[in-house]
Every structure is written in C-alpha cells, then in structure tokens.
Design a protein around this ligand. Structure first.
Ligand SMILES: Cc1ncc(COP(=O)(O)OP(=O)(O)O)c(N)n1
Ligand SMILES: Cc1nc(C(=O)O)sc1CCOP(=O)(O)O
Ligand SMILES: [Mg+2]
Length: 557
C-alpha cells in the first residue's frame, strides 16, 4: 500500500479513478468514483493502478490549440514547454495563425471534422494524462472537446481561455463566450485567464487591483472550474507579477519579480502547458501552478535579451535549459542534495587548525552532499575569498555550495545559493536578488514558517533544533515531534538540524516522513580532528538507514 499513498494527491487520485472509469464511459462517473478512498480499494483495482504507472509510461499532455507561426505561443509553445519539462506532448490543431512580433496577420480555422478526427486519433490510442486547451475558435470545437472527453476521460483538463492575442487580435468570437461559460469552464480542473480574459468572461468587470483579482477568481470559480488562476502580469498597479490562485476554499497570492523584457509573447500558453505537464507527472494542482510560475519567470529572465523580429513583442524562449548562462557552472537543486548537509564553523576550524578549504574538501571526501559556509566571525573580504576558494572545490565535485545569511557574498562569488533564518533577509527579497534558479533554504520551526517559505519561493527548509546544541546560542529545541510536525506541514523538502550526531541520526531518519531528506550537521563533522572520517561514518550510517526505511526518503515532494 505504501506505493499508493505516495500518489495520494487529489489529482493523482483522480487519475487512479480514471483508469476504471473508462468502462463506465463518462467523466461524471469518474468524479463520483473519485470519492472512493485508496484504502478501500480492492486488490484487483490496485493491480490496474500499478500497471498504469509502470516505468515505460511517459507523462502525456494533449494540447488542443492554434498554431503560432512565430512559435512563442500556441501549439509551438506547448510542445516546447512539455519537452523542456520532460513530458510527451501530442497536438490537436484548431487553427493556423500567421503571426510574428508585429501581431496577427491571418487566422485560418480548421474544419471541425478535422479537429474531431485529431482528438479521436490521439485520445483513443495514446493514453493521454492531461488535456490542455488554448485557442478554441468555434462553439462546435468546444462541443467536440466536451463529447471527446466524455468518451475518453483524462486525469485533468487545463483551460487557458485564449480570447485576445497580446497584440489585441480577437482569437475567439463573442459567440463562443457563452459556450465557454456553460460548457468549458464546468469541465475544467483549472482555468487560467489573464486580467483581460477574466474581465471578458465576467461580462466586462474592470480588474485593477489584487483585491479585484480575488473577487474575479471567486466569481469564475462559481462558473464551475475546480481551480482558478487569475494571472496579473498586466496589472498596472503592481510592481511584482502577482497571480491569484483559488481552489474554492483558499486564496493564494503568488508573487514573482517583474522581468523587464519585450520577449513576453507566449507566457499564457506556456504557463498553462507547464501546469498540464506537472499535473501529468503527478503534482498537486497548487504545486503545478507554482512550478509553472517559476518556469515562466526563468524563461523570461534567460530570454530577456534575445532579439527576434522587428515588432514590439518578441517570443518567450522555452528551451533556456539548453543554453543557460554559465551552464557548466550552474548547479540546480535536487532534494537528494540534502542527504548529508555539512555546515562549516570558523571557530571549530580554528580550534583544530583546519583551513576552511581543507575542512570543506574533507567533508566532501567523506560524502557530504551539500556544503553551507556559516562563517559567523569572518570579515566580509575574508569571507568572500573563502567562498571563492570553496566554490572551486565544490564545483570540481559537483557539490552545491550555499552561503549562510550573506546574500551579498553569494552574489559576489556566484555561489549556488543562500540559507537564511527567520530574522535574516526575507525569502522573497532573496529570490528577487538571486533570480529564479539559485537555491534558497530557510530555517523553520513551525508549520506556519514552512508554508510561508514555500509561498515565498524557497527550495527547501532546515528544521530544528531537533536536539539541544552548543553551536547556536539560545536555539529553541523542537524535538523529533516538532520536526515531524513541520515536515508534515511542509510542501518543500526538509533537512533536520541541531545536535545531530552518530548516536542520534538514525532516530531522525526513522521518522520516515517522505519529505525529510537528510541531516544538517556542524559539530559532529567539524568539531573533530578528522573531518573526512567523521563525515564518512555519518554517511554510512545514513545510507544503511535509508536502505531500511526504503523508498520513503528517496521520493521527491
Ligand atoms: C540547513 C540549516 N538550517 C538552519 C540553519 C539556521 O539558520 P538561521 O536560523 O539563520 O541561524 P544561523 O545559522 O544564521 O545562526 C542553518 N544555518 N542551516
Ligand atoms: C546552525 C543551526 N541552526 C539550527 C536551527 O535549529 O535552526 S541548530 C544549528 C546548529 C547546528 O549545529 P550542530 O550540528 O553542531 O548542533
Ligand atoms: Mg541566519
């Protein structure tokens, strides 16, 4: 049963039920079936679920949208986004547009029979997980989609209600507005309008503030979709890019810094197809939305200087991963990096006569999977020099190097990221300074801290003190119970910290919580004569323990 519990997000739950619903023949049946709990599943059902999730099955998004000759938006954006996110993407083309950086010059709508045939070809044969819609230029196409999904239910439907191009060209006539409201939105697991589209769908209400966006999200939710994301990229009154996500119960305000670039054509399609891709991989809706927002922000940042075309709006560049700045140097975060997290201490190194570089080398040699420089007494110049030297060592061993507290030092030496506490620089400010791809960790002692860290754009949290420690003065001990409470509330991977050593590390990892990825240690590694030997011992102990606890500690959140 442990296998199924790891897929117990609402969306994946829906997917599991979809497997059975194909016999029942309607999406309505899927939804009713969705209320069956996993524990109540009979054995034969479990078998089918296992087969449906076999290793050979690649997550699959079907996009039903228009072709954009300029390739920033439409079908082309969806294909590139899914490819960048590691998801297979099939296509149903509804229209062929001639557009470039100047605007839309021509739109040819495909015959409805062709659209129906494309949908049938793919849905009947290719095991689609998620359908994403973009430009649906006729009421008949909405009906075709509706009927096709009844016949071939999927895990989720992501609706990007494309109505007006960013250049102002109307891509869906007013006749289909009612069809959107009556048929499409009630089918949708999420609808992702921008400000203009939300306004049109709501009969022309003006959206000028974040409060207006919240009311719009609520009113759109009343039209039937399970979740609503109102995108505020065009909101005139905000210096950040603010989106409002509403799941019918809670509102989430998702903020990112506004990137100054003309290359924004396709952000809407890209956001929706990235949400679809993450859902197809098994993410919860909220996580999918957050990943998509970061993906778009990163693409904007990397593509901001690209020069394509002579018009006012250039295309988004989806494949930035292929040509990142400093691509040989950039170290992207993996939750498994937290497995054995070595945090340095200048006082301990001085006591044992270790240079900072020797200490870091030894920790890596012993198996440390990430290093944090926590040099509380160092002068700025000395800290920066130490950071540069340690970065060379870490890069040579493909081990991420984070800087404690000092965002300026991290920026100056191009470290992989920063770890901050509750009274250090706020995470959203750190994110704005470091950009979307650097690693940010935050110390969290409570579930509230953990949720805020996630909402503000952190990559992981450090939680403790698990045990009393002499390394950090006046540190409150939260114990194993406190750690478990934080882990269960956290949507981010967690590393435990505080008084952890060879004699108690096992009890930490035996908590067996899926997002507890490792231990962060100072004195048990660095307040020792031989750092490499101590690190190796702890590494071995953790490795043995993971083998006992099983897959729980290797899965990603
Ligand atoms: C991995 C990890 N977790 C927690 C901390 C503590 O950070 P903070 O609360 O800011 O305290 P200081 O380390 O700055 O004293 C950490 N450094 N690393
Ligand atoms: C730096 C730090 N942060 C903590 C927290 O609870 O957030 S405990 C701690 C010190 C950890 O050192 P040692 O492994 O020597 O106990
Ligand atoms: Mg700090």
């Amino acid at each position: 049963m442990a296998f199924f519990l790891s897929y117990s997000t609402p969306i994946a739950h829906h997917k599991i039920c979809t497997v059975f619903s194909s016999k029942q023949g309607s999406r309505h049946a899927v939804d009713q079936f969705g209320s069956v709990t996993l524990k109540a599943m009979p054995e034969e059902m479990a078998l089918i679920v296992t087969n449906g999730s076999s290793n050979n099955k690649i997550p699959h998004v079907l996009t039903m949208a228009g072709s954009d000759s300029g390739a920033g938006a439409g079908i082309q954006a969806d294909l590139k986004t899914c490819a960048a996110r590691g998801v297979f993407c099939s296509t149903v083309i509804t229209a062929v547009t001639a557009q470039n950086t100047l605007g839309v010059q021509d739109v040819s709508i495909l015959p409805e029979e062709s659209v129906a045939a494309q949908l049938k070809s793919v849905l009947s044969d290719m095991h689609v997980d998620v359908v994403k819609t973009g430009m649906l230029p006729s009421t008949a196409m909405v009906k075709i989609l509706h009927d096709s999904l009844k016949q071939f239910p999927v895990q989720a439907l992501v609706v990007d209600p494309v109505m007006v191009s960013t250049s102002g060209h109307v891509l869906a006539g007013s006749s289909i507005l009612d069809m959107f409201r009556q048929d499409l939105l009630p089918m949708a697991d999420i609808v992702t309008p921008n400000i203009k589209e939300a306004s049109v769908l709501l009969g022309g209400v003006q959206l000028e503030t974040v409060t207006d966006m919240r009311s719009a999200a609520k009113s759109l939710h009343d039209m039937g979709p399970r979740n609503v994301l109102v995108k505020g990229g065009d909101l005139p009154s905000s210096s950040d890019a603010v989106d409002i996500f509403f799941d019918g119960k809670d509102f989430y305000e998702l903020r990112s810094s506004r990137i100054q670039t003309r290359n924004t054509h396709g952000t809407g399609c890209t956001m929706a197809s990235c949400i679809a891709a993450e859902l197809a991989k098994g993410s919860s809706m909220l996580s999918a939305v957050k990943v998509a927002k970061r993906y778009v922000e990163t693409a904007l940042e990397y593509g901001k200087g690209i020069n394509i075309g002579n018009g006012p709006q250039g295309p988004l560049d989806h494949m930035f991963k292929l040509k990142r700045k400093n691509s040989s140097k950039l170290r992207l975060f993996e939750p498994s990096d937290l497995f054995l997290y070595a945090v340095t201490d200048s006082g301990m190194n001085k006591k044992w006569g270790h240079s900072i570089t020797d200490a870091v080398k030894a920790a890596i040699e012993g198996g440390a999977t990430i290093v944090q420089l926590r040099e509380k007494d160092a002068e700025t110049g000395e800290f920066l020099e130490a950071a540069k030297s340690c970065l060379e060592i870490c890069r040579a061993h493909n081990t991420p190097l984070l800087i404690n507290d000092r965002v300026d030092i991290a920026l100056a030496c191009d470290a992989d990221g920063v770890h901050v506490g509750q009274s250090d620089m706020p995470v959203n400010t750190v994110r704005a300074l470091l950009g979307p791809e650097k690693i940010i960790g935050v110390s969290c002692k409570t579930p509230e801290h953990a949720l805020k860290a996630w909402a503000d754009g952190a990559d992981y949290i450090g939680s403790g003190g698990v045990f009393p420690t002499n390394t950090k003065a006046n540190n409150r001990t939260i114990g194993l119970d406190g750690l478990k409470t934080v882990c269960l509330a956290s949507k981010l991977p967690v590393v435990a910290i505080g008084g952890i050593n060879l004699s108690n590390a096992r009890s930490v990892m035996e908590l067996g919580v899926v997002n507890l990825k490792g231990v962060a240690v100072v004195s048990a590694l660095f307040d020792r004569e031989c750092v490499a030997v101590e690190t190796r011992k702890l590494h071995n102990l953790l490795t043995e323990n993971v083998a006992n606890v099983g897959s729980a500690v290797t899965e990603d959140v």
